[in-house]
Design a protein around this ligand. Structure first.
Ligand code: SIN
Ligand code: FE
Length: 288
């Protein structure tokens, strides 16, 4: 059973770290149903899918460059977007500092994304379709064993929930189902890095996770039959989840923000629960 820990209200009492980290590491979600991420009037005008350019899936802010990409807006509009997305990044930092303070020094903040489009409107290939159950894996940005922890906010102004399915099977069961005998392509990884197709070296772990992502999405039987739980993530809520180990599918909803963090497995309360260590136990070799 997947655990959904609902935390109401503002300040959290001491000792929640153990509880929050434990829930997350065991494959659960932390939902904060009333921790509203409020938008200014100018920011509210950004809740419009037509501000996207038609190439990128999301509008995002790169923390390294401060650049906003994925929008057709001019400099004035980009300025408003950068403010909105940057403030959400800080909110996510503050939330994790509160919920999982022991993670804080180890968290590596990556892209922050703004998702003004309606989920059901996206027409995509099976592999890109996040309405199908999957774990997250980045084709161009190898994580080399690090965890992917994500903070989401539903900022829908009409009170519409964001509806997800989350898989009930634990990560090791899913990995056994899809990865069976893992073949690592060392040569392919070197070529991809040399051609600039990946930022840094694609480790055996990255290859395995990409395969798991694709195999799950392409498996019609799994998509139809896997045990799952439907979650309605309310408007004006925040939630936190390790999207590299929890099978998830975003079914409907519009207007969300998302902050991605990478974290070395050594910073977990229980490293053995990481996908890296689970896959290493399964294969009997180092993968990152
Ligand atoms: C995903 O990570 O699969 C998409 C989540 C969302 O946009 O709600
Ligand atoms: Fe995902």
């Amino acid at each position: 059973m997947i655990e959904i820990l609902e935390l109401q209200g503002g300040a959290s009492p001491r000792g929640r770290f153990d509880q929050a980290a434990k829930v997350l590491e065991a494959g659960g979600l932390i939902v904060l149903p009333d921790r509203r991420f409020a938008l200014s009037a100018a920011e509210t005008r950004m809740l419009d899918p037509s501000i996207s350019d038609d190439r990128a899936k999301n509008i995002s802010l790169d923390p390294a460059t401060g650049r906003v990409s994925g929008t057709r807006l001019d400099d004035a509009g980009r300025h408003v977007l950068a403010g909105l997305i940057g403030r959400f990044a800080q909110t996510a930092d503050a939330l994790l500092a509160e919920l999982t303070p022991r993670y804080a020094p180890a968290l590596q903040r990556r892209r922050t994304s703004f998702r003004p489009g309606a989920i059901a409107d996206r027409a995509l290939s099976l592999r890109k379709d996040d309405r199908r159950l999957h774990v997250d894996a980045f084709p161009a940005n190898p994580v080399q064993g690090r965890r992917i922890l994500r903070v989401f906010a539903n900022v829908n102004p009409e009170g519409e929930p964001r509806v997800w399915n989350v898989g009930e099977d634990p990560f090791d069961a899913v990995a056994r189902r899809f990865l069976g005998r893992l073949v690592v392509k060392e040569h392919a990884a070197t070529v991809k890095e040399a051609l600039g197709l990946t930022k840094g070296r694609q480790s055996a772990y990255d290859q395995a996770m990409l395969r798991l992502h694709d195999a799950a999405k392409l498996d019609h039987g799994y998509q139809a039959d896997a045990p799952r739980r439907r979650l309605e993530l309310p408007a004006d809520s925040l939630w936190v989840v390790y999207t590299d180990s929890v099978m998830h599918a975003a079914l409907s909803g519009q207007h969300a923000l998302e902050q991605t963090y990478l974290m070395p497995v050594e910073a977990m309360a229980e490293e053995a629960l990481s996908p890296l260590r689970i896959l290493e136990r399964m294969t009997g070799r180092a993968l990152a």
